[in-house]
Design a protein around this ligand. Structure first.
Ligand code: FES
Length: 110
């Protein structure tokens, strides 16, 4: 894994989200707790809704367009909807957000 520093946890509001540009492509960051941020694709696989503008609840996000719900750990759509978003390894070190650039880059290249 190649960890890239993409900002500080305080850049993302609690239960909010933000899209960040990394050297290997954009990712959406979802702050699901005081000390927890999960990284995933911003684009909803249904019709392309911006998930970073959706509602973060628990460890899931609800798409702002048609309310599909995605588990931010697995990326899998919940309930009756079938679909999946890519999720990316991220860890937090002294408040800094470090994402696995290799995983994001693989998606961008595909
Ligand atoms: S675009 Fe996300 S639910 Fe339709």
């Amino acid at each position: 894994m190649s960890w890239i520093d993409i900002g500080h946890i305080s850049d993302i509001p609690l239960h909010g989200a933000r899209v960040v540009k990394t050297p290997v492509g954009c990712v959406a960051l979802f702050r699901t707790g005081e000390a927890e941020v999960l990284a995933a694709d911003d684009r909803c696989p249904h019709k392309g809704g911006p998930l970073s503008e959706g509602i973060v609840h628990g460890q899931s996000v609800t798409c702002p367009l048609h309310n599909w719900v995605f588990d931010l750990n697995t990326g899998v759509a919940q309930g009756a909807d079938a679909g999946r978003i890519e999720t990316y390894p991220l860890h937090i070190k002294a408040g800094r957000l470090l994402i696995d650039g290799a995983a994001v880059g693989k998606r961008s290249a595909a």
